[in-house]
Design a protein. Structure first.
Length: 435
């Protein structure tokens, strides 16, 4: 699936094309926005869980729908970016996401869980298009040896979005206690109507604002003449290749699994943190207060990414990846054995060591692939479906063995990432080929 190198300027005006540094700055705004939208799910889940009186399994359908879109829509998104080019693909992704955010208005008015899930799917489809276009674009905006550092810096802005979203959502969405069905029925009819209207507005307003922001960001990107990276994309797609060709390289296959498990673990922890911190044996805190700790969780990831951008330019990425994964295994082990403040600060600290994982795994998995880079990138974006599967599995575990013990599942995910950093990420000859 070729990504065209559609020129963004004619030869006569090529001098107006922005520098790679400015292009990187523009791209980081996209990372911020999809981080904000993704992290807002961590607030939406406890809200919808209370509104619709869901168990953990059904509540995790929010993440299953959101991240399931990555798996289902990555190939169509790759096709779209291939035909539009990087810049127009980014604009299309922003506009699709805006439509999804706008869908929250009728969904809240209908007060139907399935309608929320449908709007989330459209929103996530737009973000999938952004991921397919922006991740390889940033990786190609400079030397290959600093790709991990560059992607980590962009992901730091993604973490700024994920840090601010829980505070934003906690203030606007979780500012009031949600009543149970029995409590609502006990109210006079007029008060029931007023309560449901206020409940809908707590979701409608924030997502309407986000829809407007996404549309304005699309206009902002349209105004810039970004480098087309024509030479890189033409070389990458000069010969026909398939996804299976990329998977024949062991470090790509192992990298796809690493992204799957990393995203799954990170999303599971963030999604269940509000409910986890509300447990009497843990924090016993209100949902709104718990969102401050969710913000701190993502804030730790932001700090780690800014620091990681420097560390990855100084030290071997594979060793840092394995070391950070080991740190999270230790922290989660403490969480499983402890309670109270130790458990609270332990689960928040895992965000710090999540920081470098996605960009480092991504850049290691596309290392030395040449014409297969685009195919491997599509596979890695599809692997974000781990954010759909792992949280759902942890929700099922939580319903069976309790929320506290269910965190054994992320431990297993991080153990795999240690393997990837130490062994699985080293490029080898494609299976079935000599050399």
């Amino acid at each position: 699936m070729p990504i065209p190198s559609t020129p963004l300027s004619t030869p006569a005006t090529s001098s107006t094309v922005v520098t790679p540094r400015v292009a990187l700055a523009v791209a980081t705004t996209l990372f911020f926005m999809w981080g904000f939208l993704t992290s807002l799910n961590d607030v939406l889940i406890p809200h919808l869980k209370a509104v619709f009186e869901l168990n953990y399994t059904r509540a995790m359908l929010v993440q299953f729908t959101f991240f399931g879109a990555y798996f289902l829509m990555s190939l169509p998104a790759g096709w779209l970016v291939a035909h539009l080019g990087y810049k127009k693909g980014i604009i299309a992704g922003l506009l699709i996401a805006a439509v999804g955010a706008l869908g929250f208005w009728p969904s809240a008015a209908l007060r139907t869980y399935e309608a929320f899930l449908a709007s989330l799917f459209v929103l996530a489809t737009g973000i999938t298009v952004l991921q397919v276009a922006a991740n390889p674009y940033v990786a190609l905006l400079g030397p290959e040896q600093t790709a991990s550092s560059r992607l980590t810096l962009a992901q730091a802005l993604n973490s700024l979005g994920t840090t601010l979203a829980p505070l934003f959502g906690g203030f606007l969405i979780l500012s009031t206690t949600v009543m149970s069905g029995e409590q609502i029925q006990a109210l006079p009819v007029a008060e029931q109507v007023a309560y449901r209207a206020a409940e809908a507005q707590s979701v409608q307003g924030p997502y309407l604002g986000l829809a407007i922001a996404l549309a304005l960001l699309a206009v902002f990107v349209c105004l810039f003449r970004l480098p087309s990276l024509a030479e890189a994309t033409e070389k990458a797609d000069s010969a026909p290749h398939t996804l299976l060709d990329a998977l024949k390289h062991p470090h790509v296959l192992f990298g796809v699994l690493a992204i799957f498990f990393y995203v799954g673990a990170e999303v599971s922890i963030g999604s269940l943190m509000v409910n986890y911190l509300a447990l009497p044996e843990t924090g016993g805190m209100s949902e709104q207060r718990a969102t401050q700790y969710v913000s701190a969780y993502w804030g730790c990831a932001m700090v780690g990414r800014f620091a990681g951008s420097w560390l990855l330019a100084q030290y071997p990425p594979r060793r840092l990846l394995a070391g950070f994964a080991l740190a999270n295994v230790v922290l989660l082990g403490v969480i499983l054995a402890a309670s109270g403040e130790v458990a609270v600060y332990g689960i928040v600290a895992t965000g710090l060591f999540n920081s470098i994982m996605f960009p480092t795994i991504f850049s290691l998995a596309i290392e030395r692939l040449g014409p297969l880079t685009n195919k491997a990138s599509s596979l890695l974006i599809m692997a974000i479906v781990g954010g759909a599967v792992i949280p759902l599995l942890q929700g099922m575990l939580a319903d069976r063995i309790g929320l506290h013990l269910s965190f054994v599942l992320p431990v297993a995910c991080y153990l795999y990432i240690i393997f990837y950093g130490l062994v699985g990420s080293r490029p080898q000859a494609a299976s079935g080929q000599g050399g």
